[in-house]
Design a protein around this ligand. Structure first.
Ligand code: ACO
Length: 159
């Protein structure tokens, strides 16, 4: 994948939401709809086709959260996820946020690797989050998704 050929932009209110992608990152449409109400949705496009999405939602006026990030399955592992997160970080810096966080399951081993590689550090565990908030058990990598690990990155210039 030539990242140079990708574009990153915010979806307009009148455009269709990429639910096929959003549901890859979060199996609950009800939970997605709840956070979309207060979020901005961005997409990565290749040849004007959406191949990835990322959702940003402010937590306070200095802290924002990546609520959802997903890449078309056939194109995963080629740098698009990294591209989406780096662009979301740049957008958040431009908007004046001082930190950005992302939550993922204890079982999301690859995601925990990716986020830490991009400068996020683990700072909170929401115990039993996936047991309490999702009706069906979720398993990944042979591990039950039980707890949410929240990782945070400071956004001061120069970091
Ligand atoms: N296992 C191991 N390593 C991984 C994984 C994984 N599952 N995903 C990414 N990585 C590593 C890559 O090897 C790469 O490492 P490198 O820089 O050392 O080569 C690095 O992370 C960057 O990977 P990308 O190619 O940019 O990742 P990708 O384009 O696949 O996007 C994403 C990552 C968004 C997690 C994608 O795989 C995906 O859509 N997965 C399904 C949905 C999902 O789980 N979303 C996140 C849920 S949490 C949330 O949304 C807040």
């Amino acid at each position: 994948m030539d990242i140079q050929n990708l574009t990153f932009r915010q979806l307009r209110g009148d455009e269709q939401l990429p639910y096929d992608l959003l549901l890859l990152a979060d199996p609950s449409k009800a939970i997605i709809e709840a956070y979309l109400a207060t979020s901005k949705v961005f997409v990565a496009e290749k040849d004007q086709k959406v191949i990835g999405a990322i959702v940003l939602s402010p937590l306070t006026n200095i802290m924002t959260e990546i609520k959802n990030v997903a890449v078309t399955p056939e194109l995963q592992g080629q740098g698009v996820g990294k591209y989406l997160i780096e662009n979301a970080i740049q957008f958040s810096i431009q908007k004046g946020y001082k930190s950005i966080c992302i939550g993922t399951a204890n079982s999301s081993v690859g995601q925990l690797y990716l986020y830490q590689k991009l400068g996020f550090e683990m700072n909170e565990i929401k115990k039993d989050f996936f047991i309490d908030n999702y009706p069906e058990p979720i398993h990944e990598n042979g591990i039950r998704a039980k707890h949410m690990i929240v990782l945070t990155r400071l956004l001061e210039e120069g970091l």
